[in-house]
Design a protein around this ligand. Structure first.
Ligand code: SF4
Length: 481
């Protein structure tokens, strides 16, 4: 048996995956090993996932962003899902989760794993439910079979809702939105119908043995996460978190790498406290949050409401953020929603890293600001988080090439461009005294947080949908042939 990254780190080994993430994060390989050995960081890296470029998730590294893709029964098809994978990787997703609940789920996933340079996560209970037909028909054996088959296929992490216990269910009775996690609601129905404990909890040691064999990271799902501000931080959520703390310890004993998932919907002023509490209860295991949304009143804009919460979470130590798209609560996202959701979350992750003072994070901002002050438009586009969007907006009013040298843009116009006026006023000695050179090549900035263009070889992935190319002014996206 090859051993998991956690087991090998504990044995003092610096693996090739650790070397690679150290290079990507500008960190010492021994520092990476120590964090993995302590369970404070994970390198999701299934032995069977050959196309993977390893990455690391932990609060002491740059904050990562996950994009959910996957179909649902009445919507979407395999081609569309592959396009979403392409878009997600192209726009900077650090991991993707395939949440498919319809169609030929294993076939769809096989294609994604074959091509994906980023870790792929799943929620096995979805496929198990599809096979069983209804929650009542689920069995422990079926759940274990699906977990094993997905592990053997090469999934890098799996969400397992083992922390939802029978005794927690009455605690959700007074909620406005009840149980909103799909996995949580399926298991709650099963427990009520069978009068038994959660099979993912009672068979947890067997699950860990399977995951350890392939080095699948367990992502302990929060099946009782709040679905509204009113339900945040309630007894049900906190009771489940205590159980997740115990399960973290047990999974670590099996040598399984662990992440812990978090909510959901949380008022802005409670987010920091919640992240810090999770870190305490789960012994520093990486915290992976969905959002959280800081208000419930903006359907259609939930990539924004949740990115505000995600920024606060990242500032306080969240290790990975699961993006939310503008379609949240409303419908299945399309490729353009994936792009918008990813942009919102990459902003949140980076802003959190800047605020937390992570090494080199601010250098990216300083380099772009310098290009802006120098009216170096091409460099501004290059450094932008979404270079296509920045260029597209600039060129809507000043498309000709000579405007790439202009000392103004159409926002204030030539006469009122404050940066041009400021520069003219400083002409001479004062300007020479400025020393704002930032060279990103010399910076300890995490490579992972720079614009995604060229980060991954996406040549094996299907191309971006035409509608998205039209939106980008008819130009192909970086990496397209
Ligand atoms: S015109 Fe205004 S927005 Fe445009 S570069 Fe000058 S100061 Fe900035």
């Amino acid at each position: 048996m090859m051993g998991t990254q956690l087991q090998r780190a504990r044995n003092g080994e610096i693996t090739p995956a650790m070397e690679r993430v150290a290079e990507r994060e500008n960190r010492d390989p021994e520092y990476v090993r120590e964090k993995v050995a302590a369970g404070e960081a994970v390198i999701p890296n299934n032995h069977e996932h050959d196309s993977l470029d390893p990455m690391i998730i932990g609060k002491d590294f740059s904050t990562k962003v996950n994009a959910n893709i996957g179909n649902s029964e009445p919507e979407s098809d395999i081609e569309t899902e592959r396009e979403k994978l392409h878009t997600a990787v192209e726009y900077g997703a650090d991991t993707v989760m395939d949440l498919s609940t319809g169609g030929d789920i294993p076939e769809l996933r096989a294609g994604q794993i074959e091509h994906s340079p980023v870790p792929l996560g799943t929620v096995p209970i979805y496929e198990a439910l599809k096979q069983a037909g209804s929650p009542e028909e689920l069995t422990a054996d079926l759940l274990l079979d699906v977990i094993e088959s997905q592990a053997a296929q090469g999934t890098d992490y799996q969400t397992i809702h083992a922390g939802v216990l029978r005794e927690h269910l009455p605690l959700t009775d007074g909620r406005i939105t009840g149980i909103v996690s799909r996995g949580g609601s399926i298991l709650a129905e099963w427990m009520e119908n069978h009068g038994e404990q959660n099979p993912l909890y009672t068979h947890f040691d067997e699950i860990c043995a399977i995951l350890a064999e392939y080095d699948v990271t367990i992502s302990l799902g929060d099946g009782l996460r709040p679905g509204s501000l009113a339900d945040a931080n309630d007894d049900a959520q906190l009771a489940e978190l205590e159980t997740l703390g115990d399960l973290t310890e047990r999974a670590h004993e099996h040598g399984v790498q662990v992440m812990v998932e978090g909510p959901g919907h949380v008022p802005l002023d409670e987010i920091g406290e919640q992240v810090e509490y999770q870190q305490e209860v789960c012994d520093g295991a990486p915290f992976y949050l969905l959002g959280p949304l800081v208000t419930d009143v903006a359907p259609g804009y939930d990539h924004i409401t949740s990115a505000i919460g995600a920024t606060e979470a990242a500032r306080h130590g969240a290790a990975m953020l699961c993006y939310v798209t503008p379609k949240e609560h409303l419908g299945l996202p399309d490729a353009e929603d994936v792009r918008d959701g990813l942009a919102a979350y990459r902003i949140a992750a980076h802003a959190g890293d800047v605020a937390a003072g992570k090494p080199g994070a601010r250098d990216w901002d300083d380099a772009l600001s310098q290009a802006r002050y120098n009216f170096d438009w091409r460099e501004q586009f290059n450094l932008a988080l979404d270079p296509d969007r920045a260029k597209e907006y600039h060129d809507q009013t000043l498309p000709e090439d000579n405007y790439k040298e202009a000392r103004y843009c159409s926002m204030c116009g030539a006469e009122f461009c404050s940066m041009r006026i400021d520069q003219d006023a400083r002409e001479g000695e004062e300007m020479e005294g400025l020393d704002a050179d930032v060279d990103l090549a010399d910076s300890p900035a995490a490579d992972v947080n720079l614009p995604p263009t060229g980060k991954h070889d996406t040549s094996g992935l299907p191309t971006v949908p035409e509608a998205l190319c039209d939106h980008a002014g008819g130009e192909g996206l970086p990496g397209d042939d």
